[in-house]
Write a protein that binds this ligand. Structure first.
Ligand code: MLT
Length: 347
C-alpha cells in the first residue's frame, strides 16, 4: 500500500451524526450503560442466568451487526432460558460501545457483539481507553462476512473498472459512506482509496443501516458493506453492486464478481464477528454463554438466514474462547501492519 503522509486521512463530513470521542475507561465506568445494571441481583455462577441478558451492538439498528446479533440472540434465549435483549450503542466506529462494555459489571448480563473493528481500533485510535486483549473475555467467534462495493442506484459506472475511473475523475466531489473510524466500511474504504491512490470525502454514519438508506436514496455515492446488509438491497435493485471482497463468488450473489475478477485483487476483507464480556466475568458464565452461542450456530433457521445473507456460522471449534482470542490477537497484529503500512496515523 502507498504511504502518503500528506493525504493520510480523507476529509470527513457528518450528516447529523455524532462523532463521539472515545473516553478513558475510568470515566466510562461512571456513565456505563444502564443495561449493565440488568443483573437483576443474580449472582454469577452455576445459577446463571437468572435475569435478562443484554447484547450490546456497537452500531445503529438495521445494519449488518444488528442483523447478525438479532438472528443469533433468538436461539440463545432458548438455551439460556432468559430473555436476550439487543441494545444498539452507536458511536466512534464501534469503540464507544466496546469501552462501555469493558467497564460494565462482569456478571454476564452485559455482552458485546463486535466485529473486525475490535482488532483495527488499537491501530486507529491513540486513546482507545480499553485494551481488547486485556479488558474482555472472549466467548467465541460467530461468523465471517464478505463485503461488497456498492453504489447508489443511479451512479453512472456499471463495472468496478468504470467506478475506479469515475472516482478518480470526480475525486473532489464523490462521497463514500462509512460507519466511522474502525468500522468495517471505513476499513474497506481505506483499502479502496489506497489501492486506487485517490482520496475522497467520507460521510460518517452511526452504522451502515442508516448509510444504506441514504445510498439507496442517492444522498451519497458509494460504500463498501457486508453482505448481511447488502444482499437484499442488491437483489432488490435498490443499489448497484460492483464487486465482492472474497476470493470466490458468493452463492447469495452469484452475479457479483470478486474484487480479483474485477481488477482489485488486493482488496480482500472478511468481517469476522465475536461475543465478549468484561474481563472479570466468572468461568461458569463464559461457559454458559459459549454453550448458548454454539447451540445458536447450529440452529437451522440461523444457518438458513445466514446463507440467504451470504454468510455461514463458524464451526463449533471456532465458537470457543480459545479460537476467538487467537483470532483477535492475530488480527490485531495483521491490521497494525496493514494500517501502519498504509501511512494511517491513529487519531
Ligand atoms: C454496522 O453494523 O453498521 C456495520 O457493521 C458497520 C461497519 O462496520 O461498517
Amino acid at each position: 500500500m502507498r504511504h502518503d503522509p500528506a493525504t493520510e486521512f480523507p476529509p470527513r463530513v457528518s450528516p447529523g451524526t455524532r462523532r463521539a470521542r472515545v473516553r478513558p475507561l475510568a470515566l466510562l465506568a461512571a456513565g456505563v450503560l444502564a443495561v449493565s445494571a440488568c443483573g437483576t441481583g443474580a449472582s454469577p455462577g452455576t445459577d446463571y442466568p437468572t435475569g435478562p441478558i443484554t447484547v450490546v451492538v456497537p452500531f445503529a439498528a438495521g445494519g449488518p451487526t444488528d442483523t447478525v446479533t438479532r438472528l443469533v440472540a433468538e436461539p440463545m434465549k432458548a438455551t439460556l432460558g432468559q430473555d436476550v435483549v439487543v441494545s444498539n450503542v452507536a458511536g466512534a466506529g464501534g469503540t464507544l460501545a466496546a469501552g462501555q462494555v469493558a467497564a460494565a459489571a462482569a456478571d454476564g448480563y452485559t455482552v458485546l457483539m463486535h466485529h473486525i473493528g475490535m482488532s483495527t481500533a488499537p491501530s486507529l485510535y491513540a486513546d482507545l481507553g480499553y485494551d481488547p486483549l486485556v479488558d474482555f473475555r472472549t466467548i467465541g467467534l460467530v461468523t465471517e462476512v464478505p463485503m461488497t462495493i456498492i453504489g447508489r442506484p443511479d451512479l453512472e459506472p456499471d463495472t468496478l473498472e468504470e467506478l475506479i475511473q469515475y472516482v478518480k475523475d470526480n475525486a473532489a466531489t464523490v462521497t463514500y459512506a462509512n460507519a466511522g473510524v474502525g468500522a468495517a466500511s471505513h476499513l474497506c474504504g481505506l483499502l479502496f482509496m489506497s489501492a486506487i491512490d485517490t482520496q475522497i470525502t467520507e460521510v460518517e454514519y452511526e452504522g451502515t443501516g442508516p448509510a444504506m438508506e441514504d445510498l439507496a436514496g442517492s444522498q451519497v455515492d458509494f460504500m463498501c458493506d457486508q453482505t448481511t446488509n447488502t444482499t437484499e438491497q442488491i437483489t432488490g435493485g435498490n443499489v448497484k453492486a460492483y464487486a465482492i471482497t472474497s476470493p470466490a463468488r458468493n452463492d447469495a450473489l452469484p452475479d457479483v464478481p470478486t474484487t480479483t475478477e474485477a481488477g482489485l485483487p488486493d482488496l480482500q476483507i472478511s468481517v469476522w464477528h465475536g461475543l465478549y464480556v468484561p474481563k472479570d466475568t466468572p468461568d461458569a458464565v463464559v461457559q454458559a454463554l459459549t454453550a448458548a452461542l454454539k447451540a445458536a450456530l447450529t440452529d437451522e433457521d440461523v444457518i438458513a438466514k445466514f446463507a440467504e445473507l451470504g454468510t455461514t456460522p463458524v464451526s463449533a471449534e471456532q465458537a470457543t474462547p480459545e479460537a476467538h482470542t487467537a483470532k483477535l490477537q492475530s488480527e490485531i497484529e495483521l491490521w497494525q501492519t496493514t494500517i501502519e503500512g498504509a501511512g494511517v496515523e491513529p487519531q
